[in-house]
Design a protein around this ligand. Structure first.
Ligand SMILES: Cc1cc2nc3c(=O)[nH]c(=O)nc-3n(C[C@H](O)[C@H](O)[C@H](O)COP(=O)(O)O)c2cc1C
Length: 226
């Protein structure tokens, strides 16, 4: 697959087929993604890949808690949307939420239905593989960004294997449970989860795409001669 097609076809997949992904493929993706650049070549990422009985155990632990603990969960270990949410970012986040829930016919005011869908995060949307991206607490903005680049490299390599992904910061809301599940030492924390597997192409939630702002709104070009 050409890298352009990998970029164009990546989207946040929120319904997966139960088809397993063999461990060698996951290992290859996780290893190759470490070719991502990082400041000073610090490679500040840690990855926990979870499948099979392990993933089922985590899902089973959280499932009965969904009805009472959403949307707050255990609180967050870091602020994902630092206030104030200013424009145009606020509107973009609002729009993507609207499009997501519209795709499955859930109106804005139907909170129980929205939470039910949101809870699918904690089933990894049915994906057979879960990745957790973990960082050193003492690291700073540059290393956060590096882990983001690593995460995107995983997502693109996944496309090369016919796989899809959904990054999942939703897991930050259950950071205590994840910490104990992964046996994370105190110096580390979860940056994001990620669902990995084969997309369900017929699921309505997979049949829409998030919009992007036009090029002129975020880029300038100067000095080019051809
Ligand atoms: C670090 C990160 C965390 C995310 N966390 C979640 C999440 O918890 N649940 C979810 O459904 N989508 C999550 N997303 C997906 C975003 O909503 C999505 O990337 C954005 O709306 C753009 O859509 P696209 O990925 O389909 O192009 C996350 C994306 C990123 C980059």
């Amino acid at each position: 697959m050409h890298v352009r097609d990998a970029v164009a076809s990546r989207y946040s997949c929120r319904a997966f087929l139960p088809k397993p992904v063999p461990e060698p493929i996951v290992r290859e993706i996780v290893e190759q993604a470490a070719r991502a650049p990082s400041a000073g070549n610090m490679q500040p990422w840690y990855v926990h890949a979870v499948a099979g009985e392990r993933i089922e155990a985590l899902k089973a632990e959280l499932r009965p808690r969904m009805a009472t603990e959403l949307p707050k969960g255990e609180g967050v270990e870091y602020t994902i949307y630092p206030p104030p949410m200013i424009e145009p970012y606020k509107e973009r986040a609002f729009t993507v939420g609207e499009l997501l829930y519209q795709s499955i016919g859930v109106p804005r005011e139907d909170k129980p239905a929205r939470y039910k869908q949101y809870a699918r995060n904690y089933e990894f949307f049915g994906a057979p593989v879960a990745l957790f991206f973990v960082r050193e607490k003492v690291h700073g903005a540059a290393q956060w960004a590096d882990i983001g680049g690593y995460l995107q490299t995983v997502a693109l390599l996944a496309r090369g294997h016919g796989l899809h992904t959904c990054p999942q910061q939703a897991w930050v809301s259950f950071h205590k449970t994840v910490r104990s599940f992964l046996k994370l030492p105190d110096n580390l924390m979860v940056y994001s989860g990620m669902a990995l597997g084969y997309e369900d192409p017929d699921a309505p939630i997979n049949r829409w795409r998030s919009p992007r702002a036009p090029l002129e709104t975020f880029a300038t070009f100067s000095g080019f001669t051809s």
